[in-house]
Write a protein that binds this ligand. Structure first.
Ligand code: NAP
Length: 298
């Protein structure tokens, strides 16, 4: 049987749930609903909260910063909640440029995130996407300075190639502790492009974004029919649903990913923990990989 586990260690940041609550779609809620979603996620063990300064431009939001502002309002109204969460945010996407990881930009971006989040520290600060026109030494110097200042406790990157991670870590004094690739049973790129291999080599925790491929794994839209059939077959055997099998698949990778789920539905947030009850063996995961790719492995 493959190990799934319900928690992960993020080093100095402590232990987090293997399921995290993602805030890409956390916009447009009233304070009561936003607070209920946060309480539901925390009750389900999702103490890692993943947001970004740019969240708010999609899913009914209209402006940069809206998701951070919404979380900030919840934290201001519930001060005890701040110490119950590991707060992860990101910067570096600057529509319409699209990317900026210059020192001046990132330093201001962190100040702006802290203000919107109504807190004095970000637990995990992640470069959202690699800026092709910032030298990694400059980015590293900025990130080290943010940790030295106490505004940021730990560092991560998102959507970086392994070579980009290498170039950055070469210059960093403080360690990277996470990478954040898209990864799901319907998107196996991180398994094959060296991202998860590098995570295992360097001891980075992968934070898998869109672990249900934005809901497509559940609806079946845009994914191979044979993958839906394979998920349904395992769901029948395990007495659960497609979402739980798909989340268990992500968690079963030997790199020990955290799956960042994006549902804004309290019932679905609570029931996501049924992924921890799923038992998958090597045959099961290879069946899913081959169904996902539509061809047998050699
Ligand atoms: P996801 O969990 O793969 O998809 C969530 C979507 O699936 C929601 O719209 C949800 O709708 C729907 N859904 C349908 N059936 C569901 C079920 N049974 N259980 C749960 N959800 C179901 O993740 P995501 O929202 O695409 O992304 C998750 C997080 O990853 C984001 O919030 C963000 O933190 C992170 N992310 C990072 C990047 C990056 O570039 N670093 C990019 C994208 C996302 P309901 O709300 O109606 O349940």
């Amino acid at each position: 049987m493959l190990k799934i586990g319900s928690t992960r260690s993020l080093g100095e940041l402590g232990t987090v749930g293997a399921l995290a609550f993602g805030h890409w779609r956390f916009v447009g809620h009233d304070l009561q609903t936003a607070t209920l979603l946060m309480e539901t996620a925390l009750d389900a063990g999702m103490n890692l909260i993943d947001t970004a300064d740019v969240y708010g431009l999609d899913w009914g939001g209209t402006a940069f910063g809206q998701a951070e502002e919404q979380l900030g309002e919840v934290l201001a109204a519930n001060p005890a909640m701040r110490d119950r969460i590991i707060l992860a945010t990101k910067g570096g996407i600057t529509p319409p440029v699209p990317y900026d990881s210059s020192a001046a930009y990132l330093q201001q971006a962190v100040e702006d995130s802290l203000r919107r989040l109504q807190t004095d520290r970000v637990d995990l600060y992640q470069i959202h996407r690699h800026d092709l026109y910032s030298h990694p030494a400059e980015v590293a110097g900025t990130l080290d300075g943010l940790v030295d200042s106490g505004k940021v406790r730990a560092l991560g990157v998102s959507n970086h190639t392994p070579a980009q991670v290498e170039a950055l870590t070469e210059h960093l004094r403080h360690p990277l502790i996470t990478v954040q690739p898209e990864y799901s049973v319907a998107n196996l790129v991180a398994q094959r492009d060296g991202t998860l291999d590098q995570a295992m080599r360097k001891g980075l925790v992968p934070l898998a974004w869109s672990p249900l491929r934005g809901g497509a794994v559940v609806t079946g839209e845009g994914i191979r029919t044979e993958l839906s059939v394979a998920l349904d077959s395992l769901a029948d055997r395990e007495g659960t649903d497609r979402a739980s099998i798909a989340l268990a698949f992500v968690l079963a990778h030997p790199s020990g990913p955290v799956a960042i789920i994006g549902s804004q539905n309290p019932e679905r947030l609570s029931s996501a923990t049924s992924a921890f009850e799923v038992t998958l063996d090597r045959q099961d995961v290879y069946t899913l990989v081959q169904a996902s790719e539509g061809q047998a492995l050699p």
